[in-house]
Design a protein around this ligand. Structure first.
Ligand code: 13P
Ligand code: SF4
Length: 304
């Protein structure tokens, strides 16, 4: 922490001068999560917070689609991205043309799009979802067949919980969560009996089936805080265990984890530079933003 202290102090001072707020995803490193964030959360919580903030400037400590969502919800505010290269394999997996192809293949079926997508893809969709509200959104839609894009594993995990609906999906996946296999998890459990296994719903369904609990990143945080297992394995991005263990030193986190190379592009140095130079501002074409906002707002309204 000593090496981070000068950056943390400088960022916190500059943040006040700029009337900026820092929205940080749960996958940020501990020095960002605990040191400079004004709000931490999962994708849904950060999107909702973006609608409430009174700050003039939002610094998004997360990946590009999260900053775009904040901009879509706050077109008049400046939304800064400390590194524009922080993308997401799911967002890269589909374009608006892909959504059109799905609509052509399943005429009349509504399109539910994961927030891990570009503004153009959101604009081409009927409603968005996150990992914390996907089941709720699918259940609420008055349709027998529903298209989910772009995460096939999230779609398959939702389909298992809502068997009364026919869910069809796009062939996208997360490079972090797709690496886990059910066999690895079974072997880990055999070698470490009693360990609570907790998986994000971007994992393949057979991995989720091996877990004791599955939920969004904040769902995972709440589960660990509530249950306080003696030992836990988080089948998700590595920073989750680091961030939770600071609040719950009584829980021992064991087992392998995977790093998201995009989330890890956001560093204290880049946040400081971003606030110092007021770069780089995320822009979304206003016509695209208007359509995308409808899909995001429908999700927020249905999640209330
Ligand atoms: P959450 O909405 O659960 O925070 O997930 C976002 C994400 O990108 C996980 O990989
Ligand atoms: Fe995208 Fe996966 Fe990284 Fe989340 S963990 S930002 S889904 S690549």
């Amino acid at each position: 922490w000593a090496i981070h202290a000068p950056y943390v102090a400088a960022i916190n001072t500059l943040k006040k001068q700029r009337n900026a707020t820092i929205l940080a995803h749960n996958y940020m490193t501990p020095e960002i999560f605990h040191g400079i964030a004004d709000v931490v959360g999962d994708s849904l919580q950060l999107a909702i917070e973006a609608t409430r903030t009174k700050a003039d400037v939002i610094v998004q400590c997360g990946v590009h689609f999260m900053a775009e969502t904040s901009k879509i919800l706050n077109p008049a505010k400046m939304v800064l991205m400390p590194d524009m290269g922080a993308g997401c394999s799911l967002a890269d997996s589909i374009t608006a043309e892909g959504v059109a192809q799905m609509r052509a293949r399943y005429p009349g079926a509504p399109v539910v799009t994961y927030v891990n997508t570009t503004a153009e893809v959101k604009a081409a969709s009927d409603i968005c979802c996150t990992s914390s509200n996907a089941v709720q959104i699918i259940r609420a839609l008055d349709a027998d067949t529903i298209i989910m894009t772009p995460d096939k594993y999230l779609a398959q995990n939702v389909a298992a919980q809502v068997p009364e609906k026919r869910i069809v999906w796009w062939d996208g996946s997360c490079i972090v969560h797709e690496q886990y296999t059910a066999r690895d998890i079974r072997e880990f459990r055999d070698w470490n009996p009693g360990t609570r296994i907790i998986a994000h719903p971007e994992c393949p369904p057979d991995v989720v089936a091996e877990a004791d609990f599955s939920g969004s990143t904040s769902g995972i945080l709440e589960y660990v805080s509530r249950e306080r297992p003696e030992r836990a394995m988080l089948v998700t991005e590595c920073s989750m265990a680091s961030n939770i263990s600071d609040a719950h030193p009584e829980v021992e986190f064991i087992g392998p984890c995977n790093m998201c190379p995009y989330m890890k592009m956001i560093t204290l140095e880049k946040v400081l530079w971003s606030l110092h130079t007021m770069t780089t501002a995320v822009e979304v074409d206003p016509a695209v933003a208007d359509k995308a906002r409808l899909a995001v707002q429908r999700m927020i309204d249905l999640s209330a």
